[in-house]
Write a protein that binds this ligand. Structure first.
Ligand SMILES: [Zn+2]
Length: 267
């Protein structure tokens, strides 16, 4: 029995708000630390240490109460990154640190042991315990998420962490782990008749197949296609089980095994 899951990690409204706040706080603090470091650099030719930057935090939190709403380790990571960036500049390994704009790439560093990680450990444990082979889509998480500020954080801490947890847990348990290429059109193919729809915009949550008339839930249908694709990959000898080594597919493989199998009529 081969079961495929398609898991999408969408932050709840509360989590999204917390992330947006954290991005804003981290950016504000970065710019504040840079301004302070810059002033010191102009006077002394030296930067500020992580310790000095951290020691400013309690006072800054008093002045700007909203700073305290973000995890203190996220703020301390900003101090660390700033002091490192300045050392790299002073030692001529990097350019002068830049001020961050609201429109640039947003990122934060969450401390180890955040709730998300625990939850991903539990989820991956359950998936591996309950299944012989787990197929995942090598998702383009960034493209999938409408909110580009959040996409980086989610793709960093969410999906890649979950798939890596599943991969090593499956490997330890001697179970299979198959990565289905992101170019496989899992959402567009009808899992009943294999007819491919011309387009499938992200806002379409359920649809009826043009050819056979089957009614599909977008995600359930995509998961069924991922399972079929994984089965084809295993049958074609492209995917091994985790304990045999050959696990995931290289990124270069763009055509789908399922699509090819359908073409030659072997399904
Ligand atoms: Zn169909």
């Amino acid at each position: 029995m081969l079961t495929a899951f398609k898991i999408r990690i969408f932050p709840s409204a509360g989590q999204a708000e917390a992330l947006t706040k954290a991005f804003g706080c981290a950016r504000w603090l970065w710019n504040n630390c840079l301004a302070e470091t810059q002033a010191v650099y102009k006077e002394t030719g030296k930067g500020l240490s992580q310790f000095t930057l951290n020691s400013r935090l309690p006072e800054l939190k008093k002045e700007h109460a909203w700073l305290a709403e973000t995890h203190s380790q996220v703020l301390q990571a900003v101090s660390l990154n700033m002091s490192r960036a300045f050392i790299n500049f002073l030692e001529r390994r990097a350019k002068y640190p830049k001020f961050k704009s609201k429109h640039g790439k947003q990122s934060i560093q969450y401390p180890q042991g955040v709730k998300l990680k625990d939850w991903l450990h539990k989820l991956s444990r359950r998936l591996v315990d309950e299944n012989q082979v787990i197929a995942v889509e090598d998702l383009n998480v960034k493209g999938m998420m409408a909110n580009h500020c959040l996409s980086k954080a989610i793709s960093d801490v969410g999906w890649s962490m979950l798939t890596s947890f599943i991969k090593y847990k499956a490997s330890r348990a001697g179970k299979g782990f198959v990565k289905v290429n992101r170019f496989f059109p899992s959402s567009k193919i009808c899992s009943c008749c294999m007819h491919a729809q011309a387009s499938m915009p992200l806002n379409i949550r359920s649809w009826r197949c043009d050819k056979c008339g089957s009614l599909h839930d977008r995600d359930v249908n995509a998961a069924q296609n991922i399972r079929l694709e994984a089965q084809c990959m295993i049958a074609a000898g492209i995917a091994g089980t985790a304990n045999r080594g050959a696990i995931s597919q290289g990124k270069g493989r763009k055509s789908s095994v399922l699509a090819r199998a359908v073409e030659v009529g072997s399904l």
